[in-house]
Ligand binder design. Structure first.
Ligand code: 6CS
Ligand code: FE
Length: 308
């Protein structure tokens, strides 16, 4: 028997932007005594919708991940694959999707207890990877990501029903204020801004390079920023940024000479698997949004280098 999932977070359906309050919890874990985060960290994540954790991965580990990134960046098979996304103007490599599927090393990083274990706790139960990518933000050429809520896209275009999804960005280079770091609107995760404009056909082909639909209107953004401000998630390589699926975020171009790269994993609770997309369009390809059947992630401690 098939059932139609109610659309609790409608977007791209009306001519006017609408605000609604979040209907879902931010964290789901009940066992606060055995939490892998301190009470202070948990309450910051609840309040801000993101958290920067420093020194999660060692310099040796980051070096190994960067070597693998360099190899992939020159691998003709990767470059020819549809998972390789180019910058809008220069054509430089911008992202490589589905790295938890295609790359054995990054598949292990996706299962690393230090990050995935935290998120399993926050979401309270088995999780799997909804999307993964390598973000390169090349020096000089890396273009911005305009303001958006990931959940707005994942709900509307992928059919993710509820907010039970957390992203994890593993910083591979130092993120400074001047090389296009992630910028977030702390507290914005408690509001859902329904966007205007109907999803165009094959939207992902364009949006992954430059997103123009599923972005909040100027007035809503101005009101949110007036209320909450903007925070830059800067940190050294090896740091991790956890952020809620509905936290509004974006980033500026990188006109510094050096890249700003990261590994990006989106973890979703197994009970929150995608249904039919709520915009009525065909689902996006599997390499952008995993539709299953999916196995719960086998999370375990990982050792990548002999010394760490
Ligand atoms: O499409 C996605 O899944 C992700 N990429 C972009 C540019 N926006 C929404 C989401 O972060
Ligand atoms: Fe995003």
């Amino acid at each position: 028997m098939s059932s139609v999932q109610a659309d609790l977070y409608p977007s791209r359906q009306h001519n006017h932007p609408r605000w609604q309050e979040r209907l879902d919890p931010i964290t789901y874990g009940k066992d606060t005594h055995n939490a892998p985060l301190s009470a202070e960290q948990l309450s910051r994540f609840e309040r801000d919708g993101f958290l920067v954790l420093e020194n999660v991965f060692s310099i040796e580990e980051v070096t190994l991940f960067k070597q693998e990134l360099e190899r992939m960046r020159h691998d003709p098979e990767v470059l020819q694959s549809p998972t390789a996304i180019r910058e809008p103007d220069s054509g430089a490599l911008r992202s490589v999707f589905a790295i938890h599927r295609s790359n054995p090393l990054f598949a292990r990083v996706a299962r690393d207890e230090r990050t995935a274990g935290l998120i399993r706790h926050l979401l309270d139960g088995d999780i799997y990877v909804h999307q993964s990518r390598l973000n390169l933000k090349p020096g000089f050429k890396g273009k911005e990501f305009y303001w958006h809520s990931d959940f707005e896209t994942w709900h509307t275009e992928d059919g993710l029903p509820r907010m039970r999804t957390i992203s994890c960005s593993v910083l591979l280079t130092d993120n400074h204020p001047w090389n296009g770091p992630l910028m977030l609107i702390p507290g914005s995760h408690r509001h859902y801004i329904s966007c205007i404009g109907k999803t165009p056909e094959n939207h992902y082909a364009k949006s992954l390079r430059r997103q123009e639909f599923g972005i909040p209107d100027d007035d809503s953004l101005a009101r949110l920023v007036e209320r909450y401000g903007i925070t830059q998630a800067t940190g050294m390589a090896g740091s991790v940024v956890l952020f809620d699926c509905n936290t509004l975020h974006g980033s500026n171009s990188n006109i510094a000479p050096s890249p700003r790269s990261n590994l990006f994993f989106v973890y979703n609770h197994v009970d929150n698997r995608p249904t039919a997309p709520f915009d009525g369009m065909p689902p996006r390809p599997e390499f952008v949004a995993e539709r299953g059947p999916v196995e719960p992630l086998q999370i375990s401690p990982q050792q990548y280098c002999e010394s760490s």
